[in-house]
Design a protein around this ligand. Sequence first.
Ligand code: KG4
Ligand code: ZN
Length: 363
Amino acid sequence: MRAQLILALETSCDETAAAIVEGGRLVRSSVVASQHELHAEYAGVVPEIASRAHVERLVPVVQRALDDSGAAWTDLAAIAVGHRPGLIGSLLVGVAAAKGLAWSLGLPLIGVDHVHAHLYAAELTSAPVPNSPTPSHPAPPPGAGLFPALGLVVSGGHTVLYDVRGPLDLRRLGSTIDDAVGEAFDKAATILGLPQPGGPALEHLARSGNASAHRFPVSRLAPDSLDLSFSGLKTALLYAVRGTPGHPPPAAPPDEPARADLAASFQRAAVDALALKLERALDALNARGAAPRRVIVGGGVSANQALRRAVATLAQQRGLEVSLPEMVWCVDNAAMIAGLAWHRLNAGLVDDLSLCAEPTATC
Ligand code: KG4
Ligand code: ZN
């Protein structure tokens, strides 16, 4: 395996990120400038504010990624960029910058699908010795390279199940028909009066709550459906807090212990819904003779400890390996883009300056 250094840019939503990854796995540097403080007062990402902030922050973020890696511009083998899906104005900033870098440095340009990259994050490993002059070849993580695999991406914008035949060969099995699970966590957090991003705040509150206090709905959809739905769960929480339409609202808003019970019960229903669809997908793939050898999870919600435990338990029961990203690679970052780009580079899948930013997912 050649140990090429790839510089990747990631600007699909509200994180401005750049990273340098060696040989598709070893993260030499990763810089993420979060915009959470800019969007806090709106309880959601404002696209126009996000793209303007990317313009202001991208150049210093890229320079810092290069400095932290100990590499020089001339050491780079390619420039990668998350070019879909995402907010179009935000994506355009990263794509335009990546084109400028690739053209001026005479390097290949590689467009990477952000959602597919989330599923690659579990293969990344942190650089043990920053600025090491000698290329390192870390041992692969347990289970890495085992295919076929069942993949689950759980983020703020996407909730998708994949039949994963290889890093570049993903076939969509099902996805959410309404809210993404991270979006549901964020909205649930707002209902409970918690700050954004809501997922970590809700998980924190849930730790002191009783997950059996409320029986919130676990969506199943049709008996063989591999799609997911989280809007009913979100509405059930809203009714539990503010009262059902047509009935008098509760006399007082829930106190801290009551909110913790609501958070824990919400989290349990969301995790149960994901575990149920993972089980269904395993059964469906086994029946098709495409039995997965491991379960891979990625995306911001894969940082959730209740979900991580549920996936580990399921994989153990089924005798499968499990690949979960290190906490730092669960949420948006550019290292996952650089890592997956390495596979595209070595498969000859490079782009040219006609690469487009695409707001919607294609697979
Ligand atoms: O992957 P990501 O950084 O961005 C997208 O591609 O959307 O995911 C962000 C989402 C947010 O909705 C955030 O609330 C959620 O991931 N999240 C969590 C946790 N950490 C982040 N949800 C539940 N529990 C967590 N610990
Ligand atoms: Zn993401």
